[in-house]
Design a protein around this ligand. Structure first.
Ligand SMILES: [Fe+2]
Length: 403
């Protein structure tokens, strides 16, 4: 945005005008200086209400709108889109236009936004600008939950730029303070009936690091009675059977997989690999180097792992999968697309992978996701019922044998 600093004016459906003063700043990258970046925190909004907002004033103002989410409720339906590794090519445009036909209300973005780091000097900043204009058609009207990928790091010492994530952090702030995170790179939000945890694959995460300490506490803060759906986003997939980036998620798996299983995460979305892949519910937490299983096994408490790195960037598709397909891999294909997760209530959600080549609304990998928390409670009550029945039968047998 190249306007001078301005106030953010908001109008809701009932034509109440809210005035909030934001901040404005710019940053430099090599010899590039960004336009003014406005940031405005608006509190006190009504749930489920459409608000219009204006940037700047006078003849040059631009007006947009957004819909606030419904109040947190375990049974409230909500539809998320999942997009990763988008870039700014014809395929990126196709993915974005298909996504916008999906009717989803918010985007869970799994990293690698603009691919600006494939350019040099001032073109890095210019490519961030063009990407911002490209996604504005959706991102100005609904929330995109950002997570950082390797293309956001931009460690470019030849150009004198060595501060990681400089462009990304300046342009895409996240509400990390609200979830007690010390960094915008990892945070959590609650929306409708979902608790979404965003992790950073490229920040320290081993034991005692800030991200590790934060996640340990955040998982305890999740209240599945209020937000039954627990979703995790990261850039590097933990389970991936593509030749591209094979095993890159292994270090995070070794640290966090046990927690994901213990807390019964419903689904983990990742990007990075420019293809689509979905796992079965599996875990490999028994592997401990010195003994035990060293291969993923079926685990009902484990999340489903889904890689949606097929947004359409200029690096192309990752077409070489490892052969044969491992047992843990349920579906895999190198085609451009995006996914949607349509939460119906506290127990069921519909998941779709939408391949761009198939037209607007044709899905190719779809299934009903059963909520892990409620499924566990149900399984638990069934188990209790079976135990009670067994106990009752034993008493009947004891009583009969006493004669
Ligand atoms: Fe990546």
């Amino acid at each position: 945005m190249n306007q001078a600093p301005a106030k953010c004016n908001m109008v809701c459906q009932r034509t109440m005008i809210l005035l909030r003063r934001g901040t404005v700043r710019n940053y430099t990258f090599y010899n590039y200086t960004s336009g003014y970046i406005h940031q405005c925190l608006v509190d006190g909004l009504e749930y489920d209400t459409k608000y219009y907002y204006k940037i700047d004033s006078g003849d040059s103002y631009r007006e947009f709108w957004f819909q606030t989410p419904p109040k947190i409720n375990p049974d409230i339906p909500y539809k998320f889109g999942i997009i990763g590794d988008l870039g700014q090519t014809y395929n990126s445009l196709s993915t974005l236009e298909h996504y916008m036909q999906s009717g989803a209300q918010a985007v869970l973005f799994v990293g690698d936004l603009a691919y600006a780091d494939r350019y040099m000097y001032n073109d890095v900043g210019i490519r961030w600008d063009t990407w911002g204009r490209f996604v504005e058609r959706s991102a100005a009207y609904q929330p995109w939950m950002w997570s950082a990928g390797n293309h956001e790091i931009e460690y470019m010492p030849d150009m004198g730029e060595v501060i990681p994530f400089k462009s990304y952090l300046n342009r895409y702030p996240t509400p990390h303070l609200a979830s007690k995170s010390s960094s915008p790179l990892w945070y959590a939000i609650r929306r409708a009936s979902a608790h979404i945890i965003v992790l950073s694959s490229y920040s320290p995460f081993v034991k005692y690091t800030p991200q590790w300490e934060w996640l340990r506490k955040e998982l305890k803060r999740v209240d599945r009675e209020k937000t039954p759906w627990l979703i995790v986003l990261m850039h590097v997939p933990i389970y991936n059977s593509n030749e591209a980036h094979f095993m890159e998620g292994e270090s995070m798996r070794a640290v966090f997989e046990e927690w994901f299983v213990h807390y019964k995460v419903d689904v983990i979305f990742a990007g990075h690999v420019h293809a689509y892949e979905r796992s079965y519910r599996i875990s490999n937490i028994h592997y401990n180097v010195s003994g035990g299983d060293c291969y993923p096994v079926a685990d009902k408490s484990a999340p489903v792992y889904i890689t949606v790195g097929d947004g359409g960037n200029q690096e192309g598709l990752a077409e070489r999968f490892r052969d044969p397909q491992p047992d843990y891999s349920a579906f895999r294909e190198a085609s451009y697309g995006h996914s949607t997760l349509e939460i119906k209530n506290k127990t069921h959600a519909l998941y779709h992978w939408n391949r761009n080549d198939d037209g607007k609304k044709v899905s190719t990998d779809a299934f009903v996701l059963h909520n892990q928390h409620w499924l566990y409670l149900h399984r638990g009550s069934n188990l209790r019922r079976r135990k009670l029945k067994k106990h009752h039968l034993r008493r009947v047998v004891d009583w009969a044998s006493s004669f």
